[in-house]
Design a protein around this ligand. Structure first.
Ligand code: ME8
Length: 530
């Protein structure tokens, strides 16, 4: 059967430092989405990487006395190491905007925008924030007590910039963008952040400066287009090439290629709240100008704060993903980040909050229930999944709740509501714990062993369904739990399960635990944090 393609991306990180836990939050959420879709039968392509051009990277490199490419290469590797060694991010390509195919894609989209009459040469004069790689109008800035002018929105220093520049006719796209937002209310989420974008576009759009001449660390504007009009060398404004990475990752400019045909337009861009305008305004406008299809959806996540405080190098409260994972374990960190607060909102972390989730939700609710039911089966049911007897009302009720979970999870993942997916799944797990406590299978051991077997079967079957759905969030522990339950891949039931099996697709959700499957004494999978 032909699998439907699903293409999703993260923002690409500036390689001017080590990634922090806020970046990790974005990589993990996109990874969870990618894994969910793969398990649900999609042909997933997942792109992440680094945004290597621009003045910020150039300045950081100068300060370190190395070339921008050296700086970018070093930090891109550091980011990739975090993805590979620390966070287990299952990307299909790690793009670097210095990759040669990306130069080709950026110049191709530029040419298309020229051909559509949307690029012209003029003089730029205004305020530029190197930190944000962004232009600001005078009334978007203010001078502080220290005499330094800063962007009001982001608090970063701006400098007066005057240079010859190519402009993109963004003003011509106001109505088309508003029509897009009207016709596609699902284009961006959450609604509160999308509304900010819409109000901004309604207030009027000015043309955008899209090239720079005062430094050279960028993708060159195609020479044939520059030469006729200007003697200066222009490089693209970093956001033009940065946004184009999503097209490069899908095989553009070869629009006949299998990758482009399958994966463009992207299904989902996952980004943080500080870059929503670039993705919801500039990006669709560039694509419209280039005559290319628009992405289906931009999901804007919130910021992660340290105990409610903004993370910053000067405050010294920036957490490295590596430290966190070493302390709590990867799966607990992944679970915490997605369970603790809704994806579109800002969230806060603290040692107490992570430990609370790890101990209550993972060690107690899931770990204990799995451990107790499986140990009882191994000990009292001849080391194999027991044959259930006739089901009671209570058995049927809890199984019915578990059966609904796949559809509930699908609906929540469709809108990146990871928080609700986990909340509902763990709610049913709570019900299962109550069921287990009520039924007291340990007492039935002598009084009614047949009933005990049924209660243990029902409990283990519920744990199986939760474990299947927990795989995208906690790949390692959920897989181990499925191994412990003797769950085979769909259609493979009855096979002996070796430990260390891979992921089980959601097709297995429609099956059930097979009585007679041999089980081994379970090892604890979700330890308490002491
Ligand atoms: O913006 N919490 O790169 P970047 C959550 N290169 N997310 C955070 C965060 C925090 N504390 N801090 C940053 C850029 N992020 C551009 C993107 S895309 C074509 C170009 C998120 O390294 C941020 O919102 O500053 C963004 O989505 C991503 O991390 C990379 O940020």
């Amino acid at each position: 059967m032909q699998r439907s393609p699903y293409y999703l991306t993260t923002a690409i990180t500036y390689p001017n430092g080590e990634p922090h836990i806020g970046h990790a939050y974005e990589y993990i959420s996109a990874d969870v989405m990618a894994r969910f879709k793969r398990l649900d039968g999609y042909d997933v392509r997942f792109l992440t990487g680094t945004d290597e051009h621009g003045q910020k990277v150039q300045q950081t490199a100068e300060a370190e006395g190395i070339t921008p490419l050296e700086l970018a290469a070093r930090n891109a590797q550091a980011i990739r190491d975090v993805d590979d060694e620390v966070l287990d991010v299952s990307y299909d390509r790690f793009i670097r905007t210095t990759d040669s195919d990306h130069y080709e894609a950026s110049q191709a989209i530029w040419r298309r925008m020229v051909d559509n009459g949307d690029i012209y040469l003029a003089d730029y004069a205004g305020w530029y924030s190197v930190r944000d790689e962004r232009y600001f109008a005078e009334d978007e800035t203010e001078v502080g007590d220290d005499g330094v002018r800063r962007a009001s929105e982001t608090g970063t220093e701006v400098t007066w910039t005057e240079e010859e520049s190519y402009f993109f006719r963004l003003s011509a796209y106001q109505e088309k963008l508003l029509a897009l937002y009207r016709d596609h209310p699902e284009f961006a989420a959450p609604a509160s952040r999308f509304n900010e974008v819409i109000r901004f576009v309604e207030s009027g759009l000015e043309d955008l400066s899209i090239s720079r001449t005062t430094f050279d660390w960028g993708v060159p504007v195609p020479a044939d287009l520059t030469a006729a009009e200007t003697t200066r060398n222009h490089v693209m404004y970093v956001w033009v090439d940065a946004l184009t990475n999503y097209l490069t990752g899908a095989g553009f400019p070869d629009v006949e290629s299998a990758d482009y045909q399958a994966y463009w337009p992207a299904d989902l861009h996952i980004i943080g709240k500080d870059i929503s305008r670039f993705h919801c305004i500039f990006w669709p406008a560039f694509l419209m100008s280039a005559g290319l299809p628009l992405p289906q959806r931009v999901m804007i996540h919130g910021f992660l704060h340290n105990a409610g405080e903004k993370m910053s190098k000067s405050v010294g409260n920036v957490v490295a993903p590596r430290e966190w994972v070493a302390e709590y374990g990867l799966d607990a960190v992944r679970f915490f980040l997605l369970r603790e607060f809704p994806f579109g909102q800002d969230g806060s972390y603290s040692h107490e909050a992570v430990v609370g989730r790890k101990n209550a939700d993972l060690a107690n609710n899931l770990g204990n229930l799995a451990q107790r039911s499986l140990s009882m089966i191994v000990k009292n049911c001849a080391g194999a999944v027991p044959e259930p007897g006739e089901l009671t009302e209570a058995d049927r009720a809890i199984l019915a709740q578990a059966e609904e979970l796949l559809d509930i999870n699908r609906a929540a993942y469709e809108v990146q509501d990871f928080h609700r997916a986990l909340e509902r799944t763990w709610f049913v797990l709570g019900e299962a714990n109550a069921y287990f406590a009520d039924e007291q299978p340990w007492k039935l051991k002598t009084s009614d062993p047949e009933r005990m077997a049924t209660v243990l079967y029902v409990t283990a079957e519920l744990v199986r369904r939760v474990a299947l759905l927990a795989q995208p969030v906690m790949p390692e522990s959920a897989t181990r739990l499925l191994d412990a339950l003797g769950v085979a891949a769909a259609g493979d039931a009855g096979r002996t399960i070796a430990s260390g099996e891979g992921p089980r697709s959601f097709a297995a959700f429609g099956e059930q635990l097979r009585p007679g499957t041999p089980l081994e004494k379970p090892q604890p999978i979700f330890p308490r944090h002491e």
